[in-house]
Ligand binder design. Structure first.
Ligand SMILES: [Zn+2]
Length: 496
């Protein structure tokens, strides 16, 4: 019997919470970090981390893939926990059961998916609790465009409450996909979240550079809900929903925070977004004015087709409501001003890096959830599904030195863990490289760390992650995927 199951030898060990940063060995037993320091003892398995950074695996608050192929691509991006919090799922207990049965590579978890409560209460549609399922349910648009009546509101609140009682990590509010939702309904749900002590995760109701129904109006409503209900309002993808108004939006969020309101932000380091084609904000006749682009900025992921005009877009919304599209809103490659705008969201003090990773799609439009590795040659998504964290660490931390490595790592691991740990104690053992914490560990070659996915090759895994452990079990060993590894465990709020 070995004293330790696993020893990671001689790496540069960094803990984003204590600011520990030194060459050390890390010992793991029964999935837990049990010793850090100069450890001469032998172990069951030894990993040579000479020249590598050894730190806590990244915690992604915003992963829509939730499948084995999506997990694997994120593993090469340094992620050990991938959570579906923006859209969420319903029913919650069934979803956790399905993940456990399917087997997961990374730790997983979800919020209670408010929109699925809305779809069930306001239409007769049966839909899968996924981003594609949400898109398909837009064929009957009442849940998108209408305020719920009192009976419907009561049913929506009840369905979400049941989700929380089943251990959901908070409530997901992809409000822009149901912009007709009334503020009475939202305020009731925020009070529910405040009562449970769980955060909420919002895609703000409106995305537009111009009033009325501007992005600024969306943020102001969200801040109002934080103040009036006491709920923690977390803003998803601050980079994309702010469009060109991110400087003003950042000022408003800072002011809200300074007054003690629980408002937080996350961002992904790209100037292109991705969503379902049937989203209401695309069909708005004022879309070009609101987004500051033309219809050519909307690109179908599966076919790479860009739209000519509104009529063509409306037809596609009817024909293939669940299809995923890219939306190019900032030209960060060519436009300095746009690059600076992206910086405001990515560098927001206390802001979190979260990927908004999308499912993997085949040319026929179906979602790929199979076991092939590498992913099928023609599987597409968004580069953020492959490279969010490595891109951030490479460009912002290593190349530009806009932020220290310690602070950069905190935005990827410690801060998202802290956001959840008030209501989900399991998160206190994640996002840190400390004795007693879960052995969710990434060891990477900082000099070689790079994203490789771009819009021509979205399925190219990042490089530089040499070892990745989830609960002490290797998912990546010596830079290669461990094909049969399924160490992912559920992250769930304790329920009575
Ligand atoms: Zn999202």
């Amino acid at each position: 019997m070995w004293m330790f199951d696993l020893m990671i030898r001689g790496g540069r060990v960094i803990d984003p919470e204590t600011a520990f940063d030194a060459i050390a060995d890390v010992a793991v037993k029964d999935g837990t970090i049990v010793a850090i320091g100069a450890l001469p003892e032998p172990a069951g398995r030894t990993v040579d981390a000479d020249g590598l950074v050894v730190t806590a695996g990244f915690v992604d608050l915003h992963g829509h893939g939730q499948s084995i192929p999506a997990d694997r691509m994120q593993a090469f991006d340094g992620v050990t926990t991938s959570l579906e919090l923006e859209i969420g799922v319903l029913p919650v207990a069934r979803w956790y059961e399905e993940q456990a049965n399917a087997g997961r590579v990374l730790n997983y978890g979800a919020s209670a998916g408010w929109v699925f409560g809305r779809i069930a209460a306001m239409t007769s549609q049966q839909t899968q609790p996924t981003i594609e399922g949400m898109g398909l349910a837009m064929r009957d648009r009442r849940w998108v465009t209408d305020a719920a009546d009192p009976a419907e509101t009561a049913e929506i609140v009840e369905r979400v409450r049941t989700g929380l009682e089943q251990g959901a990590l908070g409530i997901g509010f992809p409000n822009a996909y149901a912009p007709g939702t009334g503020i009475k309904e939202l305020s009731e749900l925020c009070s529910l979240a405040a009562g449970f002590g769980t955060p909420t995760f919002t895609h703000i109701a409106f995305m537009s550079n111009v009033d009325p129904l501007s992005s600024i109006e969306g943020y102001t409503r969200l801040i109002g809900l934080a103040g009036s209900t006491g709920a923690h309002m977390h803003i998803c993808h601050f980079n994309s929903t702010s469009l060109l108004d991110v400087e003003r939006a950042a000022e408003l969020v800072r002011n809200a925070q300074a007054q003690g309101l629980k408002v937080t932000v996350e961002a992904y380091p790209y100037g292109t977004g991705s969503t379902v084609i049937s989203a209401d904000f695309f069909s708005d006749p004022a879309f070009p004015t609101r987004f500051g682009t033309d219809y050519g900025a909307i690109e179908v992921v599966a076919s790479r087709h860009r739209f000519r005009d509104r009529d063509e877009l409306l037809r596609a919304q009817q024909e293939n409501a669940g299809a995923l599209v890219l939306i190019h809103f900032l030209d960060v490659a060519a436009n300095d001003r746009h690059r600076n705008l992206l910086d405001v969201s990515v560098m927001f003090p206390g802001g979190i890096i979260a990927s908004d990773a999308m499912p993997w799609t085949l040319p026929n439009g179906s979602t790929y959830i199979g076991d092939a590795w590498p992913l099928p040659e023609d599987a597409v998504s968004h580069p953020r599904s492959s490279g969010t964290f490595t891109k951030f660490l490479k460009e912002w931390v290593r190349e530009r030195q806009a932020i220290s490595l310690l602070e950069g790592l905190a935005k990827c691991s410690l801060l998202p863990a802290r956001l959840l740990e008030g209501c989900t104690p399991a998160m206190r053992r994640k996002g840190r490289l400390q004795i007693g914490c879960d052995a969710d560990i990434v060891a990477f070659d900082f000099a070689a760390l790079t994203d490789r996915a771009d819009f021509t090759r979205m399925n190219a895994p990042s490089e530089g992650v040499r070892h990745l452990l989830v609960g002490g079990e290797a998912v990546i060993a010596d830079g290669d995927l461990v094909r049969n590894a399924r160490p992912g465990r559920p992250i769930r709020r304790p329920t009575p």
